[in-house]
Design a protein around this ligand. Sequence first.
Ligand SMILES: Cc1cc2nc3c(=O)[nH]c(=O)nc-3n(C[C@H](O)[C@H](O)[C@H](O)COP(=O)(O)OP(=O)(O)OC[C@H]3O[C@@H](n4cnc5c(N)ncnc54)[C@H](O)[C@@H]3O)c2cc1C
Length: 578
Amino acid sequence: MPKSYKQGSIQGLTTDVAIVGAGVSGLYSGWRLLSGYFKETPDYRTSNPSVSIFDMSNRIGGRLFSIKNYPGLDGVVGELGGMRFMEHQKIANSLINKVLKLTVLDFPMGDKNKNLIYLRGQRFHESDYGKSGFKTNYNLDNKWQGKHPDEIFTAIVNDVLIKNGYSTGARNRKEWDEIKSILSYYQGPDKGQTLENIGFWNLINDQVGNEGYNFISDAGAYFSNTINWNSAEAMPYMMGDFVGDVKYKTIEGGFDMIAEGLAKLFSEAGGTIYNSKQLLNFSHNDLNSFKYKLLIRDTKDNDEYEIYCNSLILAMPRRALELINDHNFLFKGGEDIELKKNIRSVIGEPSFKLLMAFDNGKNRLPWWKSELDIDEGRSITDLPMRQCYYFGAAKDRNASLLLASYNDMRTVDFWKPLELPDQGMSYKKNSVHFKKMIDNNSFVPKATSFVTKEELEKVSKFYKQAPKRMVDHSLFQLKELHGVENIPDPFTTMYENWSDDPYGGGYHAWKARYDVGSVMSYMRRPMKTENVHICGEAYSDQQGWIEGAFCVAERMLQQEFAMCKPSEWLDDDYYLGR
Ligand SMILES: Cc1cc2nc3c(=O)[nH]c(=O)nc-3n(C[C@H](O)[C@H](O)[C@H](O)COP(=O)(O)OP(=O)(O)OC[C@H]3O[C@@H](n4cnc5c(N)ncnc54)[C@H](O)[C@@H]3O)c2cc1C
């Protein structure tokens, strides 16, 4: 079960640094402040600060949320949030391997001859792309017909590079940052514009037409990759993280082990984590020697507390920032102040995951193995479920776990009306109306020969059951994608819609027409006269990855808190971004 940290009254608490948000960026910042070295300056923040972390949820980890030790599913892990990393993501990689010494596993993407692609009613395999005579159901130009979407992406990026006089081929993040802002476009309505002024959808559309855009959006599995975000950011992102045979890794026991590990190190170094504590507002303080007073609400009983600190780190995404009361010195001045404009520089990208566990029955095999000989990895479709991942079978082979739907952007809307109302507004959950909706809607877990209903109901308090109709819709789509008549009903489900408050999306993307480097630097300390900082994935240049959250936090600690580089475990020359 997810571990909860300190609860209860915090009235009058004082701390040098208050970190709000126990996602990876907040936990990392807390651990570094308590365990790292500071450059020699007389600043109070450089001498053994006391550090406390507050999170409004009753768990830690934020957008990392692994399902482990689930009754009946011993040995198989599900992921409701982040689930994998890449070796070139050096902070994540070093934390996992060197600092926390966790066991790393390959994260499988599947067999190109077995896993399925189902687009516009056509079922095929990834290995079919590029074969002589292979055609998709998209009305594409001959030049693109039958090609792998990655090949089309690569051709688009290469065309832009060549026309700008640059070579094609691999570039690291630093090399991309050096050319991003000078790349310009050379044809069509956006001729003469720099890439950061052009939306990625606009650019793709100009290159391969509307139907080409539809194809690479559908076949690319994530709509979020091809929305109309900043082209200068999109190109290196696509080339580095998704296109080609990218090798992903994960952590044995669940990807949120990295959050748990950081929380443990932070606590051992003397820090305290408080759960169920929501920051409502903050102000200057003249009651005692601490610079700021924070107003905190207990999300369990609605009690409010005042606490005090000298530095405040808001380790949270855009929507969470917007939910903080803006009657304070930082947000003073209305909607047009620079901070508010910069907060709006990123798009919160809706994202949704639904998991289902199946009884393997007598043959003790997952249905995708016995019906289709699929072992692992994912399948892709343009149906609203978009992707499914075959997480695998339990150790005893009695049950198996499927990420039945992983979808983002416009398809999240398909699932929204099937949800229970007011998710995330915990204080409304006691209303009669809400209870009625839950009774009418939730999937009811079923006892099997190897797990009781009571065990499943107990765990459903931590990993919420999906609404019943959502499960039914999903089963229809799973059957259509796989071309299989009989898929058993699941015995239990879990789901998370990351569009809900306080996240406002699973990940973020920079809007076009923003100077991303300047906004990133601005957000780490919006007012030079105040010790208030913003960090995390949302305003990073590796959005959608924990590495983005870590790099921004590390950059903030070195620049704003005068911390030394963590040379003990990270290469000094590792590029942290702009
Ligand atoms: C579906 C999905 C798949 C993903 N896949 C991957 C992946 O495979 N690999 C990868 O590296 N990354 C992945 N990511 C992204 C990754 O999860 C995030 O980049 C990372 O977890 C963000 O960390 P953070 O600290 O910036 O913010 P968050 O994790 O969002 O943490 C913010 C915290 O602040 C708390 N909070 C907000 N407002 C308040 C308040 N007012 N008071 C108190 N607490 C507050 C929240 O409860 C939360 O715990 C994925 C994300 C999602 C949703």
